[in-house]
Design a protein around this ligand. Structure first.
Ligand SMILES: CC(C)(COP(=O)(O)OP(=O)(O)OC[C@H]1O[C@@H](n2cnc3c(N)ncnc32)[C@H](O)[C@@H]1OP(=O)(O)O)[C@@H](O)C(=O)NCCC(=O)NCCS
Length: 197
């Protein structure tokens, strides 16, 4: 019996064409039952990467869905393929698309790009005057943000809201951020400034 390479992998193998069967949409209360799975995906990715991903509990995720500030990607069987949500700061002068996660079986199919584009358009529609920003160590996110018009900036250009930066506490590099007095860290700051467009 011949053994294929795929059959030895622990991850479920989904053909690239399966990405076409994934639906990306603004989440609503209809998606509440997916919050536990999304929270678990984020937690596992944080443990695997060890940096740059804040944990989010299911209640928080449901809150974002209820407010129409979350994007969910559903696989062909209705399973969670990906997720992202919007957060605002400084009374809506800044907005961030946070918590981006793509389930391992759906990675490298262009899904993060689709989710980020949807979250970007939602953010622009809801907060047209807001500066959109993110901090990331992920090359994939840097690529996608650049395509959307974000530019790398120093942390001085981002929100000064303590609540945002306190979200970094679950990152193992938080001591670096604190030592650098929030001026820099291992993440790259990226900003989309609507006034510069
Ligand atoms: C990072 C993550 C969201 C990427 O999702 P994805 O659906 O696989 O990404 P896409 O298929 O849309 O890829 C977009 C681009 O990034 C590249 N890319 C994707 N994963 C990458 C990786 N691990 N390393 C380097 N490049 C990567 C792709 O090749 C593609 O670039 P290209 O068009 O030039 O080929 C996903 O791996 C994930 O959920 N990781 C764990 C959580 C995480 O890191 N979140 C980001 C926190 S800031």
């Amino acid at each position: 019996m011949s053994v294929t390479v795929e059959s030895t992998l622990s991850l479920p193998v989904i053909p690239r064409s399966a990405a076409a069967g994934v639906e990306v949409q603004v989440a609503t209360s209809q998606h509440f039952d997916l919050a536990v799975r999304i929270s678990s995906l984020i937690e596992k990715a944080a443990a695997a990467r060890g940096t740059g991903i804040a944990r989010r509990d299911p209640a928080y995720i449901r809150g974002k869905m209820a407010e129409g500030k979350a994007v969910v990607a559903l696989g062909p069987k209705g399973q969670v393929a990906g997720f992202c949500y919007i957060e605002t700061w400084n009374h809506g002068r800044y907005a961030a698309n946070s918590g981006l996660i793509v389930a391992p079986a759906f990675r490298r199919m262009g899904l993060a790009r689709r989710i980020k584009r949807c979250a970007f358009e939602l953010s622009r529609a809801r907060y047209p005057k807001a500066k959109l920003f993110g901090i990331t160590t992920s090359l994939a996110v840097m690529k996608i943000n650049s395509e959307l018009g974000y530019r790398p900036v120093t942390f001085s250009e981002l929100t000064d809201d303590d609540v945002f930066w306190n979200g970094c506490q679950s990152c193992p590099n938080f001591d670096v951020l604190t030592r650098m007095k929030r001026k820099m860290c291992l993440c790259t700051g990226m900003l989309f400034d609507p006034d510069a467009e």
